[in-house]
Design a protein around this ligand. Structure first.
Ligand SMILES: C[S@@+](CC[C@H](N)C(=O)[O-])C[C@H]1O[C@@H](n2cnc3c(N)ncnc32)[C@H](O)[C@@H]1O
Length: 207
């Protein structure tokens, strides 16, 4: 991680009030794909890591039993909480938690994360993915800055001083090593995509 958790939190606290007005078309396409692939049912509990102002969490709350949002920036989550209150969405809760220590004991049948994991170094992404796998979710949908090829140094979709995106290959390796089958890879841009990773838990096998 190129900045500490505290430094990232302070940066996002500062950006929080303007964050929802700063979204690019690539971000929007990625978020829509994460929502579509997550597709919770009425019995699903969704965990959204790096939930920010709650774009994904709030979009999924109407279909899920419950949504748990975790983030390190109280400023971002204050925006999320305000939107939940404005929209009278009551089955969503936003609290402090990191990728590696989400401060949530489960259950989580679906885990999602959008535009957040690229703040972690590659080894930390592996640890985060292992932590996600420990929830034994049916699927993990990851939308993020990720490299489908050599990133164009003149047009980075990320800030090299604060962001640390991985290649798609690295993410697929980490997901596969954690016991997921990667069932879809959606390329939004050379540097933005969505991976769908599934596990087949005992829940499906139960009579
Ligand atoms: C670009 S925003 C994305 C927010 C939201 N997922 C969305 O789609 O709009 C990235 C978020 O990741 C959070 N974040 C950064 N590092 C984190 C970490 N180690 N653990 C949890 N959240 C983190 C930031 O606080 C920020 O809210």
């Amino acid at each position: 991680m190129k900045r500490t958790v505290e430094e990232h939190a302070a940066r996002f606290d500062e950006h929080a009030p303007a964050y929802d007005d700063s979204k690019t078309p690539e971000y929007r396409a990625c978020a829509d794909l994460v929502v579509d692939h997550a597709a919770p049912g009425a019995d699903d509990v969704v965990l959204d890591l790096g939930t920010g102002t709650g774009a994904i969490a709030l979009a999924l709350a109407g279909d899920a039993e419950r949504v748990v949002g975790r983030d390190i920036s109280e400023g971002m989550m204050d925006e999320a909480r305000a939107k939940a209150a404005d929209e009278s969405i009551e089955n969503v809760a936003f609290d402090y938690g990191t990728f590696r220590e989400p401060a949530y004991d489960g259950p989580a049948t679906i885990v999602v994360s959008n535009f957040a994991m690229h703040h972690l170094a590659n080894e930390e992404k592996r640890e985060a993915i292992d932590r996600i796998a420990a929830y034994d979710p049916d699927r993990f949908v990851l939308g993020d800055v990720m490299f489908f090829g050599e990133p164009d140094p003149d047009e980075p979709f990320f800030s090299p001083d604060v962001d640390d995106p991985a290649t798609v290959g690295h993410l697929v390796d980490a997901l596969t090593d954690a016991g997921f089958a990667v069932t879809a890879a959606e390329r939004v841009h050379d540097q933005v995509g969505v991976l769908v990773a599934e596990r087949h838990s005992d829940r499906e096998a139960a009579p």
